[in-house]
Design a protein around this ligand. Sequence first.
Ligand code: PMV
Length: 328
Amino acid sequence: MLEGEAEAPSNIAIVKYWGKRNSALNLPLNDSLSISLEALKVRSKVVFDPELSKDKVRVNGVKLSDEEVKSYASRVLDRMREISGKSIYAVVDSWSNFPSSAGLASSAAGIAALTLASSDALGLKMDPKELSKIARLGSGSACRSVYGGFVIWHSGARDDGEDSFCEQIFTHDHWRDLVDLIPIFTDEKKRISSRKGMSVSVETSNLMKCRLEFVRETLPSVLDSIRNRDAKKFFEMTIRHSNSMHAIMMDSFPPLIYLNAMSLKVIDSFGDGKIAGYTFDAGPNPHVFTLRKDAESVEKTLIELGATKVIKSDISAGPRVGKKGVDE
Ligand code: PMV
């Protein structure tokens, strides 16, 4: 039996990925940029066992269906088997360090941890760039969780995906004053998966072309705002990029509405970008970036708006391979 273990951070995109040019390889239509989060981590243990006749996955003790295993984890494990030349199935156990009832997506961190753990188990010495290409196969956003700090995912242009990988652009300690507040308003499960939602948007949204242009034109200024630790510009860009993705979602047919009444209250409270910048993924709970000095007052507002809990996260230094470093 071959065993490996790793822990990876979740990540939140500032410049969002929404739309694929190739679904089988998870190749995106645009570059994206994310921040890895210290407070939201997933640890995965992988055991390749010659006795198994298929891959098995448990997340926080709950067994995933064969269909779920096939469409996410096995995409990574198949590639690992191909590279290593070992045709052995695996059993995967994943645990998140945050309550699964929080309604926060843990798949990106889980798939990144699985990628690192299985590479470790098989003794493959791969650099993060290669690992990001493999994590990408499991779920697009997972490829950014292979690194800590600020991460860019280059969409690439090739059909085989060899130029669609991630790299770290700034380390976790580049902007120590920046914090992410994650208020929990609801633990409702996502109604439409990102995979399904993206394909509806690519097929039907008339605004998609315009958004791709917006991303191309503004990515350099997002990078500049981070490089210069320009909070005002960073908050504005964070808000605009989130709204741009949700505009595409609403412009799709049938419309994709991931936000709820609470989300709109957050938009209303922080939309001027003065002390914070919010961003929403395919769900109603926001990530609200602010400076450490303003964290308390932002948190207070979020509680007043109805958050039952606010998770405060620093920027993650990155994943860890091996058995140590587990928080819970
Ligand atoms: O990783 P996926 O394929 O589930 O895509 C998630 C995409 C968003 O989270 C909505 C945006 C992003 O860039 O992470």
